[in-house]
Write a protein that binds this ligand. Sequence first.
Ligand SMILES: [Zn+2]
Length: 670
Amino acid sequence: MSRFYITTPIYYVNALPHLGTFYATVVADALARYHRARAKSVFFLTGLDEHGQKIERIAREKGMEPQAYCDGIASKFVETWDRVGISRDRFIRTTDADHTAAVLEMWKRMQANRDAGGKPDIYEAEYDGMYCVGCEEAKTEDDVILENGEKLCPIHRTPVEQIKEKNYFFNLPRYAQKLLRWYAEESDGRPPVQPISRLNEVREFVKGGLRPLSASRAAVKWGIPVPDDPQQTIYVWIDALINYVTGLGGPDAVKRGEGNGAFWPASHHLIGKDLLRFHAVYWPAMLWSAGLEPPKQIFCHGFLNVKGQKISKSIPATRVDPNVIADELGFDPLRYFVLREYALGGDGDFTYEALFQRYESDLGNDLGNLLNRTISMAHKYLGGKVPAVKPGSDPADPYVQLMPVVLGTGSVGEAWEAFSPSRALEETWKMIRAGNIYIDKSAPWKLAKSGDLRALTEVLANTCEVLRRAALFVAPAMPAAAAEILRQLGRGDDEGTWPTLDWVGWPGGILTKPKPIFPRIEADQQAALIAKWVPAEAASAPAATAASTTAASTTAAPDATPADIAIDDFAKIDLRAAKVLAAEVVPKSDKLLKLTLDVGGPEPRTVVSGIAPTYTPETIVGRTVVYLANLAPRKIRGVVSQGMILAAGDADVLGLSALDRDVPPGTRIR
Ligand SMILES: [Zn+2]
């Protein structure tokens, strides 16, 4: 049986679960669930990084013992992940006893390894330099910025500390060539670090020359003592990275491939881009030094901003608490939203409005509606019993029209395999939307009227089968909703199995009573919920929350108000609802997307739009936007743009104009 090992970063215990940690953990969980459904042996590890000087200080400031402080944070994480349905095989804490054992084992292995000149990989020397406690990282002159004669960490904007002490060092430069060779290797057609932009970044870093890595600290007590030298504490990053082998039983078990150790090296480390250097440089080198293989893949996800601002404790508006949203919506819609809305390798911008838009259109109007109308009709016309139907081959049969879409869903699995949850869900939704169109076209209510029971049964059976497949396809993203769909279809026993690519027909089921899974939330209710979710400090002082670095782009004064126009002037403007069918980046441009729009006519329209800094092709396809149809065509970068789409903002696009519910493309807007 093939194995799949997936990890999240272990989160530092200086913060409670927030949107950023929720995102990374949900992505890993969805991938774990997908691979389990494909009958792979899966091990999913997540947890907490609890050691280090920063935690020692935070605990002391709170008048607590570090362990008691960590225990409190850990219980909040476990509680949240239980609610979110995070199907981890282990929740690791770096204060766990077996982790200490694994770190010591790893240290000894590294210390025992010597280069050709007899120099051990871990050796003693003097550290004389700078350190940022916020980063828990040594800093060089190139790393720091100078402000009022003081050297600051550019990330934390706090003064770095000068340290002069005896340390143990890891002979990182010894592994530079091996790292460069490793970056050039591929497994399953993919390089070990993804996306490629991150691979290039880390390659340049290594080419620029590596320095020995400080592997211990003298002043820090909250951590794992160096073997035979209790005055020294193992550097928190060395400690933390080793969690990935602790989770599988420690370095010896991994080396021998015993028990869960057999999962190594089938490891996939999902990380934030800020952790790239630790995972793609230090970690493989540490593993080689300890006689182990490097991880199979390191995948960097982007960061979610909130309304354009980086998530930060000090900016209240960016405090999005998944628990609070889930109290009203449940966790599945939020899970779906983050997986569908953002392409995994890129950054994304979170807004409550976009969450509600997806909730209404994708979940309510597409999936929820397909389920509800199917089950309602099955009860109305067939008493809730939908028997198994074998696929026919009469091309006149309306369900045959459905087959290409359903058979095309192999791309769903391919997208999950390629770490593209957004694309996987997009492909799944093609089938769900086709299911709704199929019902519209085959009109079961007409078949019921004319008494054609055979055709009626077939249509409903086919729709049930689309729903059954949809449930299995969305299960990695929305486990609870998938289980509920299968329950309503009378197919609880299907849970966990990935559908075959062949259309074998609906296996039959006795349906339960219809129950909306994504109940409608009216606009005024949405506004009330958003008001409730936005932290009070953010709502009361919106202007003060804009970070100074983004002020230039987001708080620019609006242009002078244009002169009044008559209603006749406005009537000259032809605004229409348009659905984005396809989108691609215009070559050699970082601002422009070429959009293909369904505007209700026989031919789609092409529009070139300067929204690329804010929207990736993945995030815009499928949306309904406001389209100015009668703007004279113009050529932009060699592409004829027929009209334009409306967006908010001046030089920078801040958001797209959209409709609060799906209307047919071409609908006039006045
Ligand atoms: Zn820092």
